[in-house]
Design a protein around this ligand. Structure first.
Ligand SMILES: [Zn+2]
Length: 54
């Protein structure tokens, strides 16, 4: 199961197989990071989320 790359919590899967949360991409990288809804709400912007992901 996918994990949030910020807090490490497991992402809850919805019935349509869609993750509850978002996926962010780093500039100049094809790597995708999962971010849970809670962290998305807490951090607000993609920039802030990326700062938290090393
Ligand atoms: Zn999280």
């Amino acid at each position: 199961m996918a994990k949030c790359n910020v807090c490490g919590n497991k992402l809850a899967e919805l019935f349509l197989g869609k993750l509850k949360g978002t996926v962010v991409k780093k500039e100049g990288s094809n790597k995708q990071y999962n971010v849970c809804f809670e962290c998305q709400k807490k951090l607000g912007s993609k920039e802030e989320i990326l700062k938290k992901i090393k």
